[in-house]
Design a protein. Structure first.
Length: 25
């Protein structure tokens, strides 16, 4: 379960980074 939570958190971070990159262009 902890591993799944970790992956989920990393996926959320990636989404946020992608959104941030899009917003800065």
């Amino acid at each position: 379960v902890q591993l799944l939570d970790k992956y989920r958190d990393e996926n959320e971070l990636i989404k946020k980074e992608l959104d941030w990159i899009k917003s800065t262009q």
